[in-house]
Design a protein around this ligand. Sequence first.
Ligand SMILES: CC(C)(COP(=O)(O)OP(=O)(O)OC[C@H]1O[C@@H](n2cnc3c(N)ncnc32)[C@H](O)[C@@H]1OP(=O)(O)O)[C@@H](O)C(=O)NCCC(=O)NCCS
Length: 423
Amino acid sequence: MSLKAKIEIDGKVLEYPVIEGSEKEKAIDIAKLRADTGCITIDHGFLNTGSCASAITFLDGELGILRYRGYPIEQLAEKSTFIEVAYLLNWGNLPTQAELASFEKKVASYSKLPEYITRMIELFPKTAHPMAIASSVTVALSAHYPELNNPNPTKEQKDEIFALLLGQFKIITAAIQRVTTGQPLVASNPALSYTEDFMSMMGMKASKDVAKALDVLLILHADHEQNCSTSTVRVVGSSNASVFASISAGIDALWGPLHGGANQEVLEMLEEISNAGGDYKKALERAKDKNDTFKLMGFGHRVYKNFDPRAKIIKKACDTVLAQLGVKDPYLDIAKGLEQTALADDYFKSRNLYPNVDFYSGIIYRALGIPTNMFTVMFALGRMPGWLAQWKEMRETKETKISRPRQVYTGATTREYTDLGKR
Ligand SMILES: CC(C)(COP(=O)(O)OP(=O)(O)OC[C@H]1O[C@@H](n2cnc3c(N)ncnc32)[C@H](O)[C@@H]1OP(=O)(O)O)[C@@H](O)C(=O)NCCC(=O)NCCS
């Protein structure tokens, strides 16, 4: 029997359908509420609002579950590769060997940036934040592929968009890091795997184990349902803006320190604590002080209120990378001390604040020699398949309408205009 929800307003009782997801999550469909009653719903920050139905990623914040297309993140991190996970997110199933080989070849075929994109990266002032460059050159790519700006691409065009943005954004990320650190560009080598080619373009020499650890990091970032940047991609795309504009907007949303920008902030926080003598307890006291705006970066999450399953895997990868590279990082000791003390502290316990995906990822990037201000671009590189898969799903859903929330107006009521001279 289909569920219904009853809403009573001013003595009038109305019934609304309840939609149930495949994991038994329930949502009241209030689309007709305003027409029936004149009321809208309000939900600051969308804590309780579903913006769409999606078959891509499932997460349960209370149980610490994350699955892409039904596959647990732990299994994908252990057994799969980033490029295979990208395929899975976009097309819904794991590829056969032939499908995977053909997809890898297609992504690798985008082995060069258009000349003007490289020049744009070079023209930015050295003070530019890499996320500003990443977002600008991504939207600038639209000029090179005018036929792909159509909001309703053909199936072949959608496949091309997916492969080209994965391929080109890998080269863009490496080019930004090389140019902003004053180093010559390294050409892409289509014979290498996606992650190995990326590492080679970044000028990193790494063992198979370290390449695997970086690949795992990309897998863990690949999608996270309707987070801030993914919702941005969907909102911008819902206006029929091009995929390049939509993804560029997603990169901008990711830049914020409450979202992807947190990975840079975590490292800067660890650096500050280390420079001040390593006393992390002071930082914890500041994070608890309501008169201080300081937050423990890399802690807390909108949906995970028990643990972030990605953080568990990253912590392990962090130990592997540091051991493999023979790096002893004092920041890791500070991070582990912070985590242990916070997890035993009532403030953090009572608010269900746990390390999130960004808490340990920066230590891995640092060990690999990636500059701190590049960390969020690394996140964007990982999130690219998720953004693109969600964009495609949105474009293919017949219920998609332009995203246009309402508001509750709280400003002045009508008043007469006073001439300038009389004010
Ligand atoms: C991720 C984040 C934005 C989630 O925000 P949210 O779901 O809106 O949760 P709230 O900001 O309402 O936090 C709930 C409570 O915990 C506190 N809190 C949340 N994160 C905190 C942190 N990192 N340090 C200290 N206190 C924190 C809030 O002050 C609030 O306290 P209160 O109930 O006394 O007012 C938030 O936890 C945060 O800013 N974390 C640090 C940034 C970060 O790591 N972001 C990456 C996310 S992957």
